[in-house]
Design a protein around this ligand. Sequence first.
Ligand code: SF4
Length: 227
Amino acid sequence: MVLSRRVTVLDALVRDIEAEVAAQTDAGGVVLTTSFSKEDQVLTWAVAESGAEVDVVSLDTGFLFPATVETWKQSEAHFGLKVRSLKPDEEAVTGLGELERIYEGVDARKQCCSVRKIQPLRKALSGKGAWLTGLRRAQSPNRASMEKREHDANWDIVKVHPLLEWDDATLDAVVSATGVPVNPLYKMGYPSIGCAPCTRPVLPHENARAGRWWWEQSSKECGLHRG
Ligand code: SF4
């Protein structure tokens, strides 16, 4: 990407964040959920650059890869901000039983995602006006019909996807230009990184989400976003 276009893309992104935060000042504020993906790192960069007040949160499911935990630490130091950790309810986790149940059926797997991801996130989004995400159309066919700014009836919140139209080349150029910390698992064939027991590397011909819950024929979503 040439320098002038790169500057335009980055300026537009920071302005998008500032405008969203200004629009939500009296409506509960803005949350950014990060899994420390390249997309989320770019959004966190834009939040830090703008100085706008955004609640940056991450789901600490108890099953993050060590490399992701390390990227989390590096990111807080790099961006100079705290990423609020959302942990599951301990009693509910005990009620899930053995982790291996997730491989026995989609219902058991979704129950684990519900306890470790959905319920903690629901608390974090409660009362907030807008939710920033790093979703892109190019990631999966399930994301092809999304709008950049849309009301999510399931969560009753406005979801904003500033990077929705970005292709892989744009993302990589911006990651390089901004120098954000990158999870080393990308270089090991993981284009989409979730919990360790549920994520494998993908083959060259597979889409980015193919390594998530690879044993299922599901929509490859955990309930945070529509499949
Ligand atoms: S991704 Fe896997 S380990 Fe993580 S919450 Fe969902 S089922 Fe549980």
